[in-house]
Design a protein around this ligand. Sequence first.
Ligand SMILES: [Zn+2]
Length: 191
Amino acid sequence: MKNPAEQFSKASNLMYEGKLEKALGMFLEMEGNPGLAPFCYYRIAQISNMIGEPEEAYDLYYKAFTAMPNITSRMYNEEHSNYGYVFKGMKEEKRNTKCPICGKESTPRWCYALADTVGYNDFFNPVRMWMYCEPCNHMFARDFPERLFIYNDTPRSANSAYFAYYSEILATIRRFGYASGMTLFEIGIGA
Ligand SMILES: [Zn+2]
C-alpha cells in the first residue's frame, strides 16, 4: 500500500509544477482518508481557483478551515507569519457584489486564503473573494469585516523616512512626463 503522506506531497508537487489535472485526480482519490481530507480540501480549493472556479474554491477553503481550524500551522513551518493562526468561526462580513466604480453586478474571479499571506490581519476572515467588473476592468474585494472599522481605526502616522522615497517616485513621473498634474490619486489595497 502507498504511503498517504508521500502521495500527498507528490500530488502537491505536481500542483506546484502546474500539472493541475493530475494533481486534482490524486487529491480527489485521497480525500476519502479522514486524516488527509482537510488538506485535500485545501489543495483542491487552490486548484479550483487556478482553473477558474473561485466559488468552488471559497467553499472548499472553508470546509478545510472548519474541519481543521489550525490547518495553517499544519501546512506551513514555524517561519510562516501565520503559523499560529486558528480559525474560530466566521466573523460578520458586509458583502458587496456590485462594482464600486460603475455599480454593475460583478462576477467572482479569484479566491485566496488570506491566512497564506504575509501580513495577514485577522480582523478579516481567512478566505477572500475578489470580484471582477468587466466594463471597468476593475477588481475589488467582495467581503469586508463588519467590525473592522471599530477595532482597527488607529490612524497611521506619517513616517518621514518615506518622504525621500516617494519624492523620488513623483520626481520620476514628472521627469518623464507620465503625468503633468498636481493632484495625486492614490489607490491602495490596505484595510
Ligand atoms: Zn465597474
